[in-house]
Design a protein around this ligand. Structure first.
Ligand code: 4AD
Ligand code: MG
Length: 460
């Protein structure tokens, strides 16, 4: 009978039929002349029995790991006590190799396993992706993006696609990638925030799923030079509304992932201990966090005027207590989140430490000025969201450009938002790779990107 072409994931519905499957050889075992395969096609894994096909035929000899194959046969339920993905195996009556693979003789892929040097794994990322863990992370990433969009839809927030090529900075000039744009300087976008703000009077609340770029010389577990940025901007809200929206979108996204059997199984495979976070999320003001760090003996290196750590006579880095005005560095932030062990909203950072566009909380003359800003910190990862209310007043914005040394000219379109019907508004950015590192319990965001970019790395 004619065979029905099917993806592996849909085979269960075709148990009584003769089926045709295409895929790659994931595992191979020759047992007393019978060849057993595990074949994968990206949708799943399938156990295959090539019975009645002598292992000495030419085809069988060219059948190697990673070869692509066509298989025709019927599905059989695996006997009691035996395990196979989907509980069935394909007993093949016709098969052929479509694309051979060098197999065990291949010096290149032989260098590759989970313990390989990270630089080899990075060079061979295109082959690493064929592995079970890497592909599971990327499949979960796909589900996460779709769940995030569903959560946004549930809030009637509309998706837009802002440009990546821009002529304005958002998060400070120090991390801009500059390029020659038809003879003019331009940058790769650091954040789509300013563009989202311009959409409010036209489209209402908006979000985007867009790449952001940071020329940060940070070789850490959580920094990439290019990352996927989920950003949202909301009109006529208070700071409280903003934090509630962040919490709700995060929790809805997680609920949608756990309600779907496919993504729930991926989470279970990658992070068996994962539990959806309890609500409401804990809140800690920046000033409270400084007190908390000191109470828990978490210090930071004392820095000179250039920001270099000061060493004592014996060459040891000098550690000092945190004080109001200090940046809470990655190490301290991580220790704090790991001790607390739940999501934490850190809010109300000093204006000095934050971007120019953030709304300031009125303060007495000479006192520290704080902002309506928040970071959401997750155990194991640290900051996954950064957000704030924005300056709504024209004069205040012009003063902010000045303080930051920004030429207002290229920002005319952003400034105009304050001229034509300003409104109280705010928004946030969520890093996809950090969000995924938290849910899937990955050591580094590099595992959560298809082809991660970090300082010095732009291949493959
Ligand atoms: O805190 P950030 O810099 O905030 C902004 O860009 C705002 N303009 C967003 C907004 O309000 N629309 O970045 C937001 C998030 C961070 O919390 C982090 O998850 C991620 O983006 N992120 C990075 N992820 C990986 N590598 C980097 N170098 C990242 N920089 C930021
Ligand atoms: Mg931030």
């Amino acid at each position: 009978p004619k065979a029905i072409k099917s993806k592996i994931v849909n085979l269960t519905e075709l148990r009584s039929e003769r089926v045709r499957v295409f895929g790659w050889v994931h595992r191979i075992r020759d047992q007393k002349g019978i060849i057993f395969l595990v074949v994968r096609d990206g949708t799943g894994y399938l156990q295959v029995v090539l019975s009645g096909i002598p292992a000495s035929t030419y085809e069988a000899l060219t059948l190697n790991l990673e070869a692509s194959v066509e298989l025709v046969g019927t599905l059989q339920t695996v006997p009691e006590g035996k395990q196979a993905p989907g509980g069935h195996e394909l007993v093949v009556d016709f098969w052929r190799v479509l694309g051979s693979s060098p197999g065990a003789e291949d010096a290149f892929s032989n260098r590759l396993n989970e313990k390989s040097d990270p630089s080899i794994q990075a060079d061979l990322r295109h082959l690493v992706l064929r592995g079970e863990t890497a592909s599971a992370v990327l499949r979960l990433r796909s589900s996460l993006l779709s769940a995030f969009r569903d959560a946004m839809n549930a809030h009637s927030i509309l998706e837009v696609t802002p440009p990546c090529l821009v002529q304005t900075q958002v998060e400070g000039g120090a991390t801009l990638f500059t390029l020659d744009y038809y003879g003019q300087p331009a940058f790769l976008t650091q954040s789509s925030q300013l563009y989202l703000e311009t959409c409010l009077p036209s489209l209402g609340d908006v979000f985007c799923v867009q790449e952001s770029f940071r020329a940060e010389n940070s070789h850490t577990r959580r920094h990439l030079s290019e990352f996927t940025h989920l950003e949202a901007e909301l009109a006529f809200i208070t700071f409280e509304d903003l934090m509630e929206n962040i919490e709700d979108i995060i929790c809805k996204t997680v609920d949608i992932l756990l309600a779907n059997p496919t993504s729930a199984a991926l989470i279970k495979q990658l992070n068996p201990k994962f539990q959806p976070p309890a609500r409401p999320f804990r809140r800690l003001s920046y000033v409270e966090a400084i007190v908390w760090l000191n109470e828990h003996g978490i210090k930071h290196p004392e820095e000179d005027a250039e920001g270099n750590p000061i060493k004592d006579a014996t060459g040891q880095v000098k550690l000092v207590e945190h004080k109001v005005g200090d940046d809470i560095a990655e190490a301290a932030e991580r220790q704090m989140t790991d001790i607390i062990g739940t999501p934490v909203f850190l809010h109300g950072f000093p204006a000095e430490l934050k971007a120019f566009y953030m709304k300031k909380i009125p303060s007495a003359a000479g006192a520290t000025t704080f902002t309506e800003s928040c970071d959401l910190l997750m155990p194991n990862v640290g900051e996954i969201v950064g957000g704030s209310m924005r300056i709504a007043d024209m004069e205040e914005l012009l003063a902010a450009y000045k303080r930051e040394g920004i030429d207002p000219e290229p920002y005319y379109w952003f400034t105009d938002q304050r001229k034509y019907g300003t409104c109280e508004h705010g928004g946030y950015g969520l890093g996809v790779e950090r969000f995924l590192a938290w849910i899937a319990d990955r050591y580094t965001v590099r595992e959560c990107s298809l082809y991660p970019r970090w300082p010095g790395r732009a291949t493959p």
